[in-house]
Design a protein around this ligand. Structure first.
Ligand SMILES: [Zn+2]
Length: 140
């Protein structure tokens, strides 16, 4: 086998492939994000991993700023709890008959967007179709 072929074989072995199937809507959303942010699919995927590991600079900055702002305000603190996925805070919202609208990219609540439960499904559907995301979504 030639050196070039051997090198290619070795490269493929050390760079495992991941194949992901998306539905058309998900695929369109990712394509749109890639175009707008000038990122490859791989870069979007790696940013998502960075975010999930809590290593992204945007995530840390946003978390620290939000934490400082919300610390002395009960209402803001409750919203922050929801943003961080606090189930108790979500339960409190439910008791009030309210629901948050999730970002279509990261799934976390869109900031300050809480709606009555009776209309939340329609708004979620609209948000999804319209591609509502955080202005500075930590995943992007
Ligand atoms: Zn987001």
């Amino acid at each position: 086998m030639s050196k070039k072929k051997e090198y290619i074989k070795q490269w493929i072995r050390s760079h495992p492939q991941i194949r992901i199937y998306f539905n058309k809507e998900e695929h369109e959303t990712i394509k749109q994000i890639a175009k707008e942010k000038k990122l490859s699919f791989k870069q979007i995927f790696l940013k998502g991993i960075e975010y999930l590991k809590g290593e992204s600079e945007e995530y840390k900055k946003g978390y620290n700023e939000g934490y400082e702002k919300g610390r002395n305000s009960g209402y803001a603190a409750a919203l922050l709890d929801i943003r961080e996925g606090n189930k108790y805070a979500e339960e409190r919202l439910k008791i009030l008959g309210l629901e948050f609208i999730p970002c279509i990219v990261c799934g976390k609540p869109l900031y300050g967007l809480v709606v009555p439960k009776e209309i939340s499904n329609k708004i979620k559907e609209f948000a999804y179709k319209s591609g509502w995301t955080h202005v500075k979504c930590p995943i992007l």
